[in-house]
Write a protein that binds this ligand. Structure first.
Ligand SMILES: *Cc1c(COP(=O)(O)O)cnc(C)c1O
Length: 436
């Protein structure tokens, strides 16, 4: 299957004139993939020169169901063809009612979860801003505890919760009212960082103020695929409860099936007070974010937090179709588990051959190349071979496999073949030989 992949020869310079002249230099992904993309279907993206690429980035986990899934696309085309409401502020619409009903019956009730649904502005950072605002309002406290390597968005409130210095540096003002504590495993396997947090909160002289919230990713997507153990997360949940703080799980990247279940915390033995969702929620790459919280915390006054685009009805339509198509039974979850096992085993084999280590959980896994430079060489080599893949981590040193969850097993293996060849090649040229 992969032999028909035809990335455009790198010797031909793409016409990037309009981008160089007009688009801000803030652009980033376009730099490592200097092509002009035209179409995308399922797991494939096509450029305007006839090149075809297997997508192991999936819009950073925004396209878990692949590109232009036929069921979602049809639902949206039917809705537009009948002049369904496109934008309605936060008005009641048919599309919203259908979405809320599907979320309630397909996701929340079968999992025994009772959450109010807040439609925030359409990006992940909006959902995080709403979550921390609500926690501060409910508790009357200011300080939020976030973790090392956490990523929560780029607006001031969520950026304050984000660890990465380069991103924080863009703020231009002090980022305050957040304390960053060590994530699970940050000080090595022998140090229980949940106990460090408990100790500081119990010590009246630690200098750590009583927190409004503890904000955590169960698997850190941008921060390098660090995985928190179930025991650590349960302890964090207990600490939050004990100290009157709300536990916020940022499920924007790890949710919607990426780690196996609809929520990344399913089966781990705790229930967050607040959950943020975005990325793959619409299922089709349409902007759509939600903040979910226990009913007793629904203490907003009307319009106290709002936004013009809280009613992306096209996203409601595709999100509803995705819930009905993928989540009505457990077939999809079993598919994800099988594919995750394929990825885990293949990455383990590749890593072991070069003395590297693997990271992640579910379909959110990667290989630690130990250096950002080496990881950059690997992804460049993959791209030349028709595979789109990216890095994450504090030094961009982790190769991050975010294949679409719907990917055919054989195509998944073929993509992993490309990754294997590229890592073998870079490792051989750079450190295997040095080690000999
Ligand atoms: C992507 C991401 C965000 C921010 O979402 P945007 O839509 O880019 O604002 C927040 N948290 C996590 C965990 C993310 O992966």
């Amino acid at each position: 299957m992969m032999t028909s992949t035809t990335p455009r020869p790198t010797t031909t310079m793409p016409d990037t004139g309009i981008y160089d002249r007009r688009e801000s230099v803030v652009r980033s992904y376009a730099r490592s993939m200097p092509r002009q993309f035209t179409k995308a279907q399922d797991v494939w993206m096509h450029d305007n020169q006839g090149g075809r690429y297997l997508d192991f980035l999936s819009g950073c986990s925004t396209l878990n169901y692949g590109h232009n899934h036929p069921v979602l696309k049809q639902a949206l085309m039917d809705y537009i063809a009948t002049d369904g409401i496109a934008h309605g502020l936060d008005l009641h619409t048919d599309a919203k009612a259908e979405f809320l009903g599907a979320l309630e019956s397909i996701i929340l009730e079968p999992r025994g979860l009772d959450y109010r649904v807040m439609f925030t502005g359409p990006t992940g950072t909006n959902a995080v801003e709403a979550a921390i605002k609500l926690a501060r309002k409910v508790t009357g406290r200011e300080m939020v505890i976030a973790f090392t390597n956490g990523f929560h968005g780029m607006t001031l409130g969520s950026l304050a919760c984000t660890g990465n210095a380069a991103k924080r540096g863009g703020a231009g003002v002090p980022l305050s009212h957040v304390a960053h504590l060590p994530y699970d495993g940050y000080h090595g396997a022998d140090v229980d960082t949940a106990e460090l947090l408990a100790q500081r909160l119990e010590d009246p002289s630690s200098g750590l103020d009583a927190p409004a919230a503890i904000l955590v990713e169960t698997v850190q997507g941008e921060g390098g695929l660090n995985v928190a153990s179930a025991a650590w997360l349960r302890r964090i949940a207990a600490i939050a409860k004990e100290h009157g703080a709300l536990l916020i799980v940022d499920d924007i990247q790890a949710g919607c099936g990426r780690t196996g279940g609809f929520f990344s915390f399913e089966g781990l033995g705790f229930t967050p007070d607040i959950v943020t969702m975005a990325k793959s929620l619409s299922g089709m790459g349409l902007p759509f974010a939600l903040t979910l919280f226990r009913p007793e915390f629904d203490q907003w006054s009307p319009g106290e937090h709002n936004g013009t685009f809280r009613g992306n009805n096209h996203a409601f339509v595709t999100a509803t179709a995705a819930l009905r198509h993928f989540w009505a039974d457990d077939a999809f979850t079993r598919d994800i588990a099988r594919r995750a096992e394929i990825v885990a085993q293949r990455l383990e084999t590749i890593a072991a051959r070069h003395g590297l280590s693997t990271k992640g959980r579910g379909m959110m896994r990667g290989i630690d190349m130990g250096s950002g430079d080496l990881a950059a060489m690997v992804i460049a080599s993959c791209f030349d071979r028709g595979l789109i893949i990216e890095t994450s981590g504090g030094h961009d040193e982790i190769i991050k496999v975010l294949a679409p969850l719907v990917i055919d097993d054989a195509v998944l293996s073929a993509g992993l073949d490309i990754l294997e060849r590229s890592i073998d090649e870079i490792a051989h040229a750079n450190f295997d030989i040095a080690a000999e």
